[in-house]
Design a protein around this ligand. Structure first.
Ligand SMILES: C[S@@+](CC[C@H](N)C(=O)[O-])C[C@H]1O[C@@H](n2cnc3c(N)ncnc32)[C@H](O)[C@@H]1O
Length: 320
């Protein structure tokens, strides 16, 4: 396939081992959610997206479909599309169908195998499009690989899935500033942001009846067992997710069901009964709160779309 290029910035080289050991040595144990996405984790996330309770995916897809022509008008001809956390590159297809002669697509994801497979499928579907797959950690400072095959009229960073909610507001501001620095004045960012709402809807979304989210959360321990020679007994931990009103975030934890010691790379880690590992936060914003954050990062917010029930928002931001 001659329209596909891959760059590997080796975002996890050494870091999985070091970060896990550091994270679990803290008095409040917490692991960054970026480590969920080994091959199995990425597959489980795809299943979460199809769950009845998990409204964000279908709501965002409906927003993209409804407004794809307006989005295409805002972006114009000859764009380079850069997607953070592209996963299976499903949502971007809605944009690619609507955009006028996009020249390139640059998916950026930490989960290399999953991304390269999705990029190859996309490159096959869109033979006129240059696909430049980048394995990188977008929370670290990084440069985009050079692209000069065709003239680019506008760059657009696409960041769907409310994945920005996995960062706390300070980290989210940093990511938005870093994004603005990769773009030029007039370039855009299209970003999906989950909205504050009735906590009952939020609690259900992260505690699905089929237990897929629980499996996704526990898979992190399975990954540590496999890759770091650890001996977590998954039966001794349980998924726990709840909406924390004070911080406007869903918190996902793994709770130790008993007093126990686990060895990771031959180093012992002690867990009290009821102690937790905080594995993910998912911050919820009002439209105004998110626009204010974007403004502080150097973006104007000329357009926002939301669904009739105000579950989810899709923001079009423009670099000042
Ligand atoms: C919540 S999923 C969203 C997937 C897809 N964009 C969607 O909207 O359904 C998060 C995606 O971001 C990737 N990811 C998470 N943290 C990352 C990081 N720090 N750097 C790069 N990719 C990351 C994961 O591998 C996964 O594909």
């Amino acid at each position: 396939m001659n329209n596909l290029e891959c760059y590997d910035f080796q975002p996890e080289l050494g870091s999985f081992h070091d970060e896990i050991l550091q994270s679990l040595a803290q008095s409040k144990k917490a692991i960054a959610p970026k480590f969920f996405y080994d091959k199995r984790g990425s597959e489980l996330f795809e299943r979460i997206c199809e769950l009845e309770e998990y409204y964000p995916t279908r709501t965002e897809i409906a927003l993209l479909k409804t407004h794809s022509q307006e989005i295409a008008q805002l972006i114009g001809k000859g764009s380079l599309l850069i997607e953070y956390g592209s996963g299976s590159s499903t949502k971007v297809r809605i944009l690619l169908e609507a955009l006028q002669e996009p020249v390139g697509y640059m998916p950026i994801d930490i989960s290399q195998e999953h991304m390269v497979q999705a990029s190859a499928e996309l490159a096959q579907s869109y033979s006129e499009l240059d696909v430049i797959a980048v394995c990188a950690d977008y929370t670290q400072d990084f440069q985009l690989p050079p692209y000069s095959k065709k003239p680019v009229n506008k760059k657009l960073i696409f960041f769907p899935g409310s994945t920005i909610g996995n960062l706390d507001p300070t980290q989210a501001l940093h990511l938005l500033k870093q994004s603005a620095s990769l773009l030029d004045t007039g370039d855009g960012m299209l970003i999906g942001v989950d909205l504050k709402k009735d906590p009952a809807i939020l609690n259900a979304a992260y505690n699905d009846a089929l237990g897929v989210t629980a499996e996704f959360n526990l898979n992190l321990l399975e990954r540590i067992n496999k890759e770091l020679n650890a001996n977590f007994d998954l039966a001794n931990f349980r998924h726990w997710a709840f909406y924390n009103e004070e911080y406007s975030r869903i918190e996902m934890h793994l709770i130790s069901l008993k007093e126990q010691t686990v060895a990771i790379a031959q180093i012992p880690f002690h867990f009290h009964e009821g102690e937790t590992i905080h594995t993910e936060s998912s911050y919820k914003y009002s439209i105004e709160e998110f626009q204010e954050l974007a403004d502080r990062a150097g973006f104007d917010a000329p357009q926002v779309w939301t669904d009739a029930n105000h579950l989810f928002s899709l923001h079009y931001l423009m670099v000042r």
